[in-house]
Design a protein around this ligand. Sequence first.
Ligand code: ASP
Ligand code: MG
Length: 413
Amino acid sequence: MPVLVMKFGGTSVANLDRIRRAAKRVGVEVAKGYDVIVIVSAMSGKTNELVGWVDEVSPLHDAREYDAIVSSGENVTAGLMALTLQEMNVEARSWQGWQVPLKTNSTHSAARIDDIPTDNISAKFADGMRVAVVAGFQGVSPENRITTLGRGGSDTTAVAFAAAFDAVRCDIYTDVDGVYTTDPRITDKARKLDKIAFEEMLELASLGAKVLQTRSVELAMRFNVKLRVLSSFEEQSDSAGTLVCAEEEIMEQNVVSGIAYSRDEAKMTLVSIADRPGIAAAIFVPLSEAGVNVDMIIQNISEEGRTDMTFSCPVDQVARAQKALSDAKDSGDINFHDLIADTDVSKVSAVGIGMRSQSGVAAKMFKVLSDEGVNIKVIATSEIKISVLIDRKYMELAVQSLHDAFELEKLAT
Ligand code: ASP
Ligand code: MG
């Protein structure tokens, strides 16, 4: 029988009532003839609570014990979901990650999936079992220790199972009804998209649209797993939610599909550094070793052998960046006159696969911002994205005016 993967996030399994509701949806798919693999998150708030306990007991904790503890929230929901299904006379049982086994590497708290053998669960399906409930977020290392896939990792579990079992689709049930052209809290003209290409979703996910863990979208793209994001609180229908799929499946490709933003960015400038071979490495290697996620970078033209280097990073990493750079200065690896941190900036981006074939999108974006009197501080582009760094106080205005200018409310469904 065809396999369908259904993943329920924390809010969709927040209490017994919601688990019952989710189980009913599973029952509907079983009745259609699917063998269903259900991936569950911990009840909402549970993982945070567990992380809090770990931090309280041991701030510099053993990562293996962290994983043993924080993975446990999913065990509870998996068992409860299986029991609820059994009460509805649906043949179901639960699996923890190690029982499948979902094999990962040994990078605790951010493990990568190596393999998901299917024989165990497939044999049960062949025996007449209809639903395999699997605890998301967790796996087992070659050393036989419990691992976790990083916060939000149940999405990645779900996509990995869909790939391993060659599922017809991977439905991600969450508390929003799909992927929007922008954040509906910023403009009520935001519209739900029917379909979005993997690459667009990747840009939106990494830009801060927190619907899906970025890794899950990368995995879906690599294995061409059709992903559907939909709300577990709304009426069930085949056209509900947003389908994340290969771009070939999207007939009318949007020039711009969405406006994303990241509110809390910082812009850092190293003033007057020597412009010599190796200077970029001397700056960015220590930053990366310090765990600073550098995003945009610009190097100015140099005068008399000296130049300025500007980069952006999340605001909460500024202190770390300052320390890494002043350490590098102290040890003589780099020399700068000043390090200026502008912590009041946000990043706004226009994303769309149609940009590949259509020119003028950047020009239009800059014109819109200039008409609003918004100064652009840094610009970065990729094939399907244009990002600008602007003063934070203009972020909402920028998102709204770009959403208007690219007529995204007309992408309505
Ligand atoms: N419960 C885990 C978390 O909150 C994994 C997940 O829900 O995706 O990060
Ligand atoms: Mg999530």
